[in-house]
Design a protein around this ligand. Structure first.
Ligand SMILES: Nc1ncnc2c1ncn2[C@@H]1O[C@H](COP(=O)(O)OP(=O)(O)OP(=O)(O)O)[C@@H](O)[C@H]1O
Ligand SMILES: [Mg+2]
Length: 456
């Protein structure tokens, strides 16, 4: 992009797996999950579903497919959310992953489609490869040439700066514009420093002090670096990952929309608080699509995980449908634990999983099944390890029985209180008695329901 106008360098934004406050707890409940397969992945059983998701992960990474939708269906506590998070871990940090519980779509001040739209954008990444021309080396000469100021009788102004840079391969003397002097001063560049200058933007970065000066002082806070290799003037490739949402936020400005990818990016530094309109998104899409077509940028479709999808209403499903058809769309992973149920806000219309038939038709469905005792035991033991709790074998057996009788979630929740009780009795690990007493102290959902029924 040699035609790019001069502008300050862009700070790198990364595709962190963004999770808003609501999601932190959810992650904690699944902190033992590290991936879809392998010994240390933290998952137990549910092999068919895991295989299906692994296949999906491969597809996402290698083929860069977009606009597909997959749905995890199974009873509560059968690991749907856990599997989706494992998929995220499997995909790694370079694929954007965004999780949203459908109930949160309706708990905010903005419209449901606006919330969905924003999360769709967070789940789409753009990888931009730029080759930047840089000058790099150790400063061996830095002199300022002054001339008489034409306007002020006694004033002098800087006419240019002479800078010589040295690398292992040679030296090069540059004549710099006076404005560059400020940039050099800001970085406090002196002779003997290793610096690099971006040719396009003129940005100066002081890397450190050349290590040939390393013995100057006995004690100091200076960072010494080796003399740069190669030529002084060279090309460097920089890769930058951003999500479309980052670009939206950065370019949300009432005046003109973005014109090219570099303006799009440079705005990342100064996010403004203006509303992101549909029009802006479309404009950004246009620019992005042009740059994808030109090969400047690569589209990285990420994953949008929509949990509790039965909570969505017809309008939201229409939005999902439409978004999946768009050329820029992420991969959708949905999850629900409902069977035949009413579609929200649809006059009592009943459908499988509370999802309209036409949308359901687009989905690949992956079932998760309830766990058997052995799997339950394994999950409980993994969980205890992650929470760094020690457990006697009899205690684990008892807890497994409780899990079979009640639910996996209930059994997992008993771990910490059981440890607490054991500690009170001066033990270092959970014993069967501790499990027994927490089980009698707390009720699970089923017990509570039975009690209520008896009361009626
Ligand atoms: N196969 C598994 N291996 C290890 N841990 C698991 C597995 N399945 C579930 N868990 C753990 O059990 C707990 C419950 O699972 P999860 O929340 O994923 O269930 P869910 O299917 O999403 O339930 P719901 O329908 O209620 O949302 C979580 O802490 C999860 O990490
Ligand atoms: Mg769940």
């Amino acid at each position: 992009m040699s035609d790019a106008p001069k502008r300050p360098p862009v700070t790198l934004a990364s595709n962190k797996n963004k999770n808003n406050s609501g999601e932190t707890n959810r992650i904690a409940a699944h902190s033992h999950i590290r991936g879809l397969d392998g010994d240390a992945c933290g998952l137990t059983g549910q092999t068919a579903a895991r295989e299906a998701l692994s296949l999906w992960a491969d597809l996402i990474q290698k083929q860069r497919v977009a606009g597909r939708a997959l749905m995890l269906v199974g009873p509560p506590g059968s690991g749907k959310t856990a599997l989706a998070l494992a998929l995220a871990k499997q995909l790694g940090p370079s694929v954007p992953f965004c999780a949203l519980a459908a109930s949160r779509v309706y708990s905010q001040e903005v419209s449901a489609t606006a919330v969905l739209a924003e999360h769709f954008r967070q789940a789409m990444g753009l990888r931009i490869r730029e080759t930047k021309e840089v000058y790099e080396g150790e400063v061996t000469e830095l002199t300022v040439q002054e001339t008489q100021d034409a306007l002020q009788a006694y004033g002098r102004t800087i006419s240019h700066v002479v800078l010589t840079l040295k690398t292992t391969k040679g030296t090069k003397t540059l004549q710099l514009d006076p404005t560059m002097y400020d940039a050099l001063q800001k970085e406090k560049v002196v002779v003997g420093d290793v610096i690099y200058i971006e040719a396009n933007s003129g940005a100066v970065k002081r890397v450190g002090r050349s290590d040939s000066f390393a013995t100057e002082f006995d004690l100091e806070a200076e960072e010494y670096v080796a003399l740069p290799k190669g030529e002084v003037h060279k090309k460097r490739q920089v890769v930058q990952d951003v999500t479309l949402h980052d670009l939206d936020v950065a370019n949300a400005h009432p005046s003109a929309g973005p014109r090219d990818v570099s303006t799009l990016l440079s705005s990342l530094q100064k996010p403004k608080k203006t509303e992101i309109t549909d029009k802006l998104r479309q404009e950004i899409n246009k620019v992005v699509q042009k740059y994808i077509a030109d090969g400047v940028a690569e589209f990285v479709p990420g994953v949008l995980f929509l949990d509790e999808v039965h909570m969505l209403d017809l309008e939201a499903f229409t939005f999902l449908h439409r978004s999946l058809e768009s050329p820029l769309s992420p991969i959708l992973v949905l999850a629900t634990n409902r069977g035949m149920t009413q579609i929200r806000n649809a006059d009592g219309l009943i459908s499988p999983h509370g999802i309209p038939a036409d949308f359901l038709d687009r989905l690949l469905i992956v079932p998760t099944r309830p766990y058997e005792a052995a799997e339950l035991q394994q999950i409980l033991s993994t969980r205890a390890q992650t929470e760094q709790l020690k457990m006697q074998p009899e205690a684990l057996d008892l807890l497994t029985q409780i899990g079979v009788r009640t639910s996996l979630r209930f059994a997992v929740q008993l771990l910490t209180p059981a440890m607490q009780l054991a500690k009170v009795r001066g033990l270092e690990e959970i014993d069967a008695a501790a499990v027994q007493s927490v089980d009698s102290l707390f009720w699970d959902g089923k017990t509570s329901a039975q009690f209520l029924q008896k009361q009626q």
